[in-house]
Ligand binder design. Structure first.
Ligand code: SAM
Ligand code: SF4
Length: 329
């Protein structure tokens, strides 16, 4: 059985958030005093996550991203990764991490066969980094980046672009790609920051980010992989490349191939929509694997066409404000 939605889009990509807990407090993701974490019993267990991944892989999912919260905070995560890496039809496992707990796990991640690591790094300036993440761990994260670049893992850097906070980092961040095979991704800020009213100081859409880069660098468009959210570019002569992700202006929904599972097992068929199916409860009530597949397929057949439609359909027009750590970025 294939997972095809009501708009003819095939879903082959699962983003699984394995925890809502985090050791940073990034301004754009969480309030300074954090978010109310879910009780442990409400989180999916590793057995439940393994079952879900297996059932979804049987339905055509061949790409998995592990995210959170900070996924490397969850005890047992490496064993879980090792277990799911044995699923023969799962072609790719990737991980998004804030880099605070990464450096000493690189060898294990390589051995497990993780394909790529997305490292979130919003500034190369320790003070700006501290102001954004509200934690003094720049050197730990920079060390993780250096170790990752020296490893066999593919490395992408995620930088959320925020007016008045880190736009001065755009050029230095791009410079990382001059001599190293890294893909730097500039991401539009979204309002998923765990609080209403913690507005940013101004919004930099993709067009502005690109205009800013063009002022200093000649850039060439690269072909985008199928269903990519990033628009890919390169600076001629650079070893690496860069991308811009229109996460808020949403130019990529037409080819969306992904679903998300939240730490407590909610299925989200769109980042901007509400959870549409409670997978944890179905599993705890004893649903069969076939039943689970049917429910997911049925839900995909009610899917919003794009992020704007999904946002408009949120319960009681509830504005987008939950933390990305509770959704899985
Ligand atoms: N803790 C890990 C990390 O930071 O890489 C994984 C989870 S985090 C929620 C995943 C990604 O979502 C990060 O790259 C982060 O920068 C991004 N993100 C979080 N909140 C965002 C927001 N409001 N707008 C855009 N991106 C956001
Ligand atoms: Fe934590 Fe990642 Fe959110 Fe930053 S973006 S607070 S590191 S979950």
């Amino acid at each position: 059985m294939k997972l095809i939605d009501n708009h003819g889009r095939t879903v082959n990509y699962l983003r699984l958030a394995v925890t809502d807990r985090c050791n940073l407090r990034c301004f754009y993701c969480m309030p300074a005093n954090g978010i109310r974490y879910m009780a442990r019993k409400d989180l999916l267990s590793f057995e439940e996550m393994e079952r879900l991944v297996r059932v979804l892989v049987q339905s055509g999912v061949n790409k998995l991203r592990i995210t959170g919260g900070e996924p490397l905070l969850r005890n047992g995560i490496l064993d879980f990764l090792s277990d799911v890496s044995r699923l023969p039809d799962l072609k790719e496992i990737n991980l998004t991490t804030n880099g605070t707990l990464t450096a000493d796990k690189i060898e294990t991640l390589e051995r497990i066969g993780i394909r790529s690591i997305n490292l979130s790094l919003d500034s190369l300036d320790p003070e700006r980094f501290h102001a954004i993440t509200r934690r003094d761990v720049f050197h730990t994260v920079k060390h993780a980046l250096d170790e990752l670049l020296a490893s066999s893992l593919e490395v992408k850097i995620n930088m959320v672009v925020m007016a008045g906070r880190n736009t001065d980092d755009i050029y230095p961040m791009l410079e990382l790609a001059r001599h190293q095979k890294v893909n730097v991704r500039f991401i539009e800020e979204m309002p998923f920051n765990g609080t209403l009213g913690q507005g940013n100081l101004g919004f930099w859409p993709m067009t502005r980010i690109l205009d800013h880069i063009r002022q200093q660098y000649p850039i060439e468009k690269l072909p985008d992989p199928v269903a990519a959210t990033a628009s890919h570019y390169r600076v001629p002569g650079f070893a690496g490349s860069f991308g811009v992700i229109a996460a808020f202006t949403r130019n990529f929904c037409g080819s969306c191939n992904r679903i998300r599972v939240t730490p407590q097992g909610g299925l989200r068929t769109c980042l901007y929509g509400d959870p549409v199916l409670q997978l944890r409860d179905l599993m705890r009530e004893g649903i069969s694997d076939d039943g689970l597949q049917q429910k997911v397929l049925y839900t995909l057949n009610q899917r919003a066409r794009n992020g704007f439609e999904a946002e408009a359909q949120r319960a009681a027009a509830r504005p987008v404000s939950e933390s990305m750590a509770t959704i899985g970025g």
